[in-house]
Design a protein around this ligand. Sequence first.
Ligand code: ZN
Length: 340
Amino acid sequence: MKQALEAIRAAALAHITAAQGEAELEALRVRYLGKKGELTAILKQMGTLAAEERPVVGALANTVREALEAAVRARAAALASESTARRLAAETIDVTLPGAAPALGGMHPTDRVQADLEEIFMGMGFEVVTGPEVEYDQYNFTLLNMPESHPSRDTQDTFYITDTILLRTQTSPVQIRTMLANKPPIRIICPGRVYRSDPADATHSPVFTQIEGLAVDKGITFSDLKGTLDKFFKQLYGSSIQTRFRPHHFAYTEPSAEMDLSCFKCGGKGCPMCKWEGWIEMLGCGMVHPKVLENCGIDPAVYSGFAFGMGLDRITLMRYNIDDIRLLFENDLRFLKQFV
Ligand SMILES: [Zn+2]
């Protein structure tokens, strides 16, 4: 029996030490130490031994049991720390590796210029109002004193969706919507995208950005228009900037004018920016036509107003020295990333 015990001890220790996982180790524990295990089977034969041999064999059996139990515990601990080590190795994070920087966007140059312009006008008491780009011809033309026969309504110039719905050619319909919905005093600017059936080249695009302004109140005069625009451009380009107004014709203003700006590059001496004229044509403006006020339910005998409109893209091109308007609409990241 002693030999049998020693044989079990040797075989069991070899197996336990070599166990490759918790499941295998548990199977070995049951095989050797379980109630129906090999060691238990030997101990059940103790009754066949001579009385003087029993304590000796019993002591040996206990030693073997303790040795096997200790081996199982040791192997279990070793397996656990091996698996922890494996997990740590697999999940290692190298904190010295350079991080993956998230791709950050930036404001489009036109949006930057628009935000600057809005801030100046808001400082002068104007409110920023926007409206739909798909518009009724009534708001885009008829109420602005441009009847059916007006040349701007030609399908050659305007994108029509149906006979009465079109892509707005200016942000003036926002002025109309505001006057229809509100009583004076009104002081608004309307920035936004507008559409005209122009072939695209370096200075034209079928989609472009406008910013228009409207002020309606009692006693508003042409001097208020001149003062507002002069103040605005001095804030945008500096106090040495001069403005001048030339008579013009628009259907929705009377009198109407075009406004030039003294060249902010050369100060009026002449340079490529102003085509050597010293002045840059900037915008159209005028006193709101009495018929337009009437169309919007505002009594022209009581109220008067001024309006102006300018191309935001042109101001953007001049500010950043960009020589092609198409770059503003092509969404080419090589171009846009220069402004991030
Ligand atoms: Zn110049």
